[in-house]
Design a binder for this molecule. Structure first.
Ligand SMILES: [Ca+2]
Ligand SMILES: [Ca+2]
Ligand SMILES: [Ca+2]
Length: 177
């Protein structure tokens, strides 16, 4: 027997990506993440980092949407998500959002940049702040790109991560069904 990974992190991420809560992530919903983050960070919609991020998100959506109907169901998401999908397509897309937020391009975000990025991505501000504190282990007030991406990967693949707080994983899910 392998050790099954809890579905909970996947449910939380899916719920964040399904912005209108209708049970599917549409193409428009997914790609709009890029413009929300760009707008929150005051980036021009045609800046090269924004254009690159849009392309990376198109690639993720194409990869997730197994039946290519422009809608990603939870079943599709669940069958897709994991370590391989993260390395293949989530890492570039999440890294590209980090780059939009990293306005001085030094590979690090301060607390305000981090919180703006994560709230634009759909997290509650207090959860984003808690994740920042958990990730900033050396207390220099900055989060490295690699530590950020490793934090999300660990949350997706194991459920245990400093980034768990960003998704409210220390709070119970309110079931609506
Ligand atoms: Ca939706
Ligand atoms: Ca689909
Ligand atoms: Ca920076």
């Amino acid at each position: 027997m392998s050790h099954p990974v809890s579905d909970s992190p996947r449910h939380r991420i899916f719920a964040m990506l399904d912005v209108d809560g209708d049970g599917v992530i549409t193409h428009a919903e997914y790609v709009a993440r890029v413009d929300r983050v760009a707008s929150a960070m005051g980036r021009d919609a045609h800046h090269p980092v924004v254009t690159a991020s849009r392309a990376a998100h198109e690639a993720v959506f194409e990869d997730m949407d197994a039946d290519h109907d422009g809608r990603v169901t939870f079943e599709e998401y669940h069958a897709w998500v994991g370590h391989d999908a993260f390395e293949r397509s989530c890492r570039p897309a999440l890294g590209s959002l980090f780059d939009i937020a990293d306005t001085d391009a030094d590979g690090r975000l301060d607390r305000e940049e981090f919180t703006r990025l994560r709230t634009a991505a759909g997290n509650a501000e207090s959860d984003a702040g808690a994740a920042f504190d958990a990730l900033d282990t050396d207390r220099d007030g900055l989060i490295d790109r690699d530590a950020y991406l490793a934090g999300i990967r660990d949350f997706v693949t194991t459920g245990t991560s400093p980034m768990a707080a960003a998704y409210g994983a220390d709070r119970p899910v309110l079931k609506t069904q």
